[in-house]
Design a binder for this molecule. Structure first.
Ligand code: DQA
Length: 157
C-alpha cells in the first residue's frame, strides 16, 4: 500500500538556517531539519517530499505540480507568510490539509510578523517550538490523514 505523501515546503532564507540569526532560529541547518522530517516520516508512515525555495513563484509552481499526488502540506512560508496572497490562494486552491510552521514565536517579534495570510487556509499552526515544530506538524498531519481515511472508509460502507 502506498504511504500518504506530505509536501514539506520551506520559504525564503530558510536555506541559511544554522548560520542565520542563530539566537532566533537556532543552530540546526535545513539539512538537519530535513533529516528530522524524514525520521518522523518513517515513524509515522508518511512519505516526505522536502523542498526549499527563495522564490514565491517556485513555491506556488511546486504546489501546482504536486497537487494530485500529495495528501497534505507542511509549510514554513517564512517572510511570504506576511506578504503573499498568491501563496495563500495556491494553498486554498489545492484543498489539502495544511499545517503552518514557524520556528520562532512570531507573536513575540515585530508587529509585521503578527499577521499571516496562510493561517486562514491552515488546519493548524505551530509557532515558536523551534525546529521541533516540523516534527509536531507531521504528527498532527498523520492524525488528520488517518481521520480522513477512516471517514472515507465509513462512507464507502
Ligand atoms: C519564520 C518567521 C518569519 O517571520 C520569518 O520571515 C522567517 C522565518 C520562522 O520560522 O520563525 O523567515 O517563518
Amino acid at each position: 500500500m502506498q504511504l500518504p505523501s506530505v509536501l514539506v515546503l520551506n520559504g525564503p532564507n530558510l536555506n541559511l538556517l544554522g548560520t542565520r540569526e542563530p539566537a532566533i532560529y537556532g543552530t540546526e541547518t535545513l539539512g538537519d531539519v530535513e533529516n528530522r522530517c524524514r525520521e518522523a516520516g518513517a515513524r509515522l508512515n508518511l512519505a516526505i517530499d522536502f523542498r526549499q525555495s527563495n522564490a514565491e513563484h517556485q513555491l506556488i509552481d511546486w504546489l501546482h505540480e504536486t497537487r494530485s499526488r500529495i495528501d497534505g502540506i507542511v509549510i514554513n512560508p517564512a517572510a511570504y507568510t506576511h506578504t503573499s496572497v498568491a501563496l495563500a490562494d495556491a494553498l486554498a486552491a489545492i484543498a489539502k490539509p495544511v499545517i503552518e510552521v514557524h520556528i520562532s514565536n512570531v507573536h513575540r517579534r515585530e508587529a509585521f510578523r503578527h499577521h499571516s495570510f496562510v493561517s486562514a487556509v491552515a488546519s493548524g499552526i505551530i509557532v515558536g517550538c523551534g525546529t521541533q515544530g516540523y516534527v509536531l506538524a507531521l504528527e498532527r498531519m498523520a492524525t488528520l490523514l488517518a481521520a480522513q481515511t477512516a471517514s472515507a472508509r465509513k462512507e464507502a460502507q
